[in-house]
Ligand binder design. Structure first.
Ligand code: UD1
Ligand code: PEP
Length: 430
């Protein structure tokens, strides 16, 4: 089994090119099913979730070729809308194939979504949207079936703001008859990116980026080319890394507006930020102030940045409070950080952090992709070696996390566990 070894690294300095966004890419790759001709997507990251999508595409007859960051997809020969449940369940956003294949073929059989486990990740709003458009949904133990003899536009009110269900409803409605209105829609950049892509193919989606999206159904979508937006979550984590031991980190090829709330909070804790048209530089002075963070849906502070931010706040003297409003149980990184000496108390949906204490390396386990980033950042600040297992979770979201962090001076390496140093894995993951 492989693990990452992190060592105290001192100030990080340098520039990182930010890849295309995982969460947008997963939506765009499924959305490509909807086209009636060849589609090219630029900037898709080479991550494990994308590799699973490539397998699903092959299984259903959708030809997908990856060359560098360019992915060419031919959706004209899809011969089945039945997706292997194991593959669908090995990442979260497989639910986008449900919306897209339903829209194009009127039926889909697919495994339950997997991905990071935050105790509760319902898909009731996805189902509500499919049903409103005229589909029947049957749920079985590890898969679900969605069928519609015809999809008709409808007015859909989301009971909670969800980026996944907003995108999925858009995918399902794009070829439905008539007009669909999505109310209380998510305004995330990934929603806008998916709408822009579909509109480029000839869809008629209006208002993406506001909480009211109107979709006029079309019966044909062309092929076309689209470039995925940069990954704001990876960019945010690298900017935070400048604060870990002081340092100066520039993220290139980003859309600074996508990082608004993150930049405000970094400045609040004492990290100086300079923003250009497509890059941001963070300057850490080595001294951070404690703060209070509440996560929220975009444009609020992203839940995906909560975990790396928790690690950063361990370096801020005093008491910080992090409240998780999107996934109240997204704190699996906390017991792991405690193994390194962090003093964090969990009460309901909040973490109370006593920052400014020294961290000591040790064995920790990454339970999900951003928990991995959190542990990695903490490991760079801890004395001695921090050994992080669960790399497979990190690789779901990062193309070359080690290479990127090393390029700015982080002392990281990938190692193979030998039986003598094997930690008690059961206790580690608990
Ligand atoms: C693959 C992908 O894009 N993953 C992202 C996506 O996840 P995901 O698509 O799962 O998250 P959503 O935006 O849908 O979830 C937002 C909130 O809505 C709730 N909800 C969601 C759907 C539903 O049917 N019912 C419901 O109650 C969720 O429990 C959560 O509290 O957005 C999250 C919130 O920004 C991010 O952390 C994930 O990285
Ligand atoms: C939660 C995440 O991923 P997923 O929704 O794919 O599990 C994430 O990217 O932080």
């Amino acid at each position: 089994m492989k693990y990452i070894q992190a060592e105290y690294s001192g100030p990080l300095n340098g520039t990182v090119q930010i890849p295309g966004a995982k969460n947008s890419s997963l939506a765009l790759l499924a959305a490509a099913c909807l086209a009636d001709d060849i589609v090219t997507l630029e900037g898709i990251p080479r991550i494990d979730d994308v590799r699973i999508i490539a397998e699903i595409c092959q299984d259903i007859g959708m030809e997908m070729k990856m060359e560098g960051g360019s992915v060419t997809i031919d959706p004209r020969w899809i011969h089945t809308a039945v997706i292997d449940p194991g593959k669908a369940s090995s990442y979260r956003a497989s639910y986008y194939f449900a919306g897209a294949l339903l829209s194009k073929f009127g039926s889909v059989t697919i495994g339950m979504p997997g991905g990071d486990n935050f105790v509760s990740r319902p898909i009731d709003q996805h189902i509500k949207a499919f049903q409103a458009l005229g589909a029947q949904v049957q749920i079985f133990e590890d898969y679900y079936v969605v069928v519609a003899s015809e999809l008709n536009g409808a007015e859909i009110y989301f009971d909670t703001i969800t980026s996944g269900a907003t995108i999925n409803a858009m995918l399902a409605a794009v070829r439905a008859k008539g007009r669909t209105l999505l109310c209380n829609a998510a305004v995330d950049p990934e929603v806008v990116d998916t709408a822009n892509f579909l509109n480029r193919l000839g869809a008629r989606i209006y208002g993406a980026g506001t909480d009211r999206i109107r979709i006029e159904g079309v019966s044909y979508l062309n092929g076309g080319t689209h470039t995925v937006i940069p990954d704001r979550l990876i960019a945010g984590a690298f900017l935070m890394s400048a604060g870990i031991n002081g340092g100066q980190v520039t993220v290139m090829d980003v859309i600074p507006e996508h990082l608004g709330s993150c930049l405000y909070k970094l400045q609040e804790i004492g990290i100086h930020i300079e923003t250009g048209e497509n890059h941001i530089t963070a300057y850490g002075s080595g001294t951070l102030r404690a703060t209070r963070i509440r996560t929220g849906m975009y444009p609020g502070f992203a839940t995906d940045l909560q975990q790396p931010m928790t690690a950063l706040l361990l370096q801020a003297k005093g008491k910080s409070i992090v409240t998780e409003r999107v996934y109240p149980k997204r704190f699996a990184h906390v017991p792991q950080l405690r193994r390194l000496g962090a003093e964090i108390e969990l009460r309901k949906e909040s973490a109370f952090i006593r920052g400014g204490l020294p961290l000591q390396g040790g064995w920790v386990h990454a339970t999900d992709v951003r928990a991995g980033t959190s542990l990695l950042l903490a490991g760079l600040a801890a004395e001695g070696n921090t050994c992080i297992t669960g790399i497979e979770h990190i690789e779901r979201g990062y193309e070359d996390v080690i290479g990127n962090f090393r390029s700015i001076g982080a002392k990281l390496s990938i190692r193979e566990l030998d039986s003598q140093e094997m930690p008690d894995m059961i206790n580690l993951q608990g």
